[in-house]
Write a protein that binds this ligand. Structure first.
Ligand code: SF4
Length: 217
């Protein structure tokens, strides 16, 4: 089977396994999602959801965030870690949205990436989750799992993203969410649970591991 056909088939099966998977952050509008995604850097979605439950009661709109006292915001988001930098990014981002986009989160990638604190990954999560636009965000789980499986290769996030973008566009968003879940539940960073993995027969990492173990015997 040609490599690209194999990858597409494998991605389809992973999407099927995690059918219905989506972003696990809690939000009720595009701006809340953007805030939650910015807070989720180096933090679990569970922790972010605990923090935003209260945060969004206190601060609701881009204008609220643009005008909030930084120290007050830092206290509200402290459990998410990196709270000095995240508070600055949230305030600057909200100011951008108010000043340049009339208080509305933009829906195209270039405009999203022009916001303070919004990089490639955040923009892609926003496109796939809030705006129903094909995008594949490469976070730590997507990076690790796609390379182990052989869906992508490369040493950088950009190289992995380029590989994954060779999949059919209609699979991009679901592949992202499915790989995130597979990484959280099965293909964990330190101890991947290969014996319980439905994709072990396809997985490059697992095949190499088996080969090494055979050589040892
Ligand atoms: S076989 Fe192991 S390394 Fe490969 S995807 Fe499954 S859990 Fe991850």
């Amino acid at each position: 089977m040609p490599a690209e056909t194999f990858k597409t088939d494998l991605a389809k099966r992973i999407c099927e396994e995690y059918r219905g998977s989506t972003c696990e952050l809690d939000y009720s509008n595009e701006f809340e999602l953007l805030v939650a995604v910015i807070l989720s850097a180096q933090c679990t979605d569970k922790r972010v959801n605990q923090v935003t439950k209260n945060l969004f009661k206190v601060l609701k709109t881009p204008k609220d965030f643009a005008e909030v006292n930084k120290v007050k915001l830092e206290e509200l988001i402290r459990p998410c870690g990196f709270y000095h930098a995240k508070a600055k990014n949230l305030i600057d981002c909200a100011k951008d949205i108010v000043a340049r986009f009339n208080g509305v989160v933009p829906s195209d990638k270039k405009a999203l990436k022009s916001l303070a604190g919004v990089g490639e990954k955040t923009a892609n999560v926003m496109l796939a989750t809030a705006f129903n636009t094909p995008a594949i965000a490469v976070d730590t789980h997507v990076f690790r799992v796609s390379r182990r499986l052989g869906l992508a290769k490369g040493k950088t996030v950009g190289e992995v993203q380029t590989c994954l973008e060779k999949l059919p566009k209609e699979l991009w968003a679901n592949t992202h969410f499915s790989l995130v879940l597979h990484g959280r539940r099965v293909c964990k960073a330190r101890k991947p649970m290969c014996e319980n993995c439905k994709f072990s027969n396809d997985c490059k990492y697992n095949k190499e591991l088996k080969k090494k173990n055979k050589e040892k015997i």
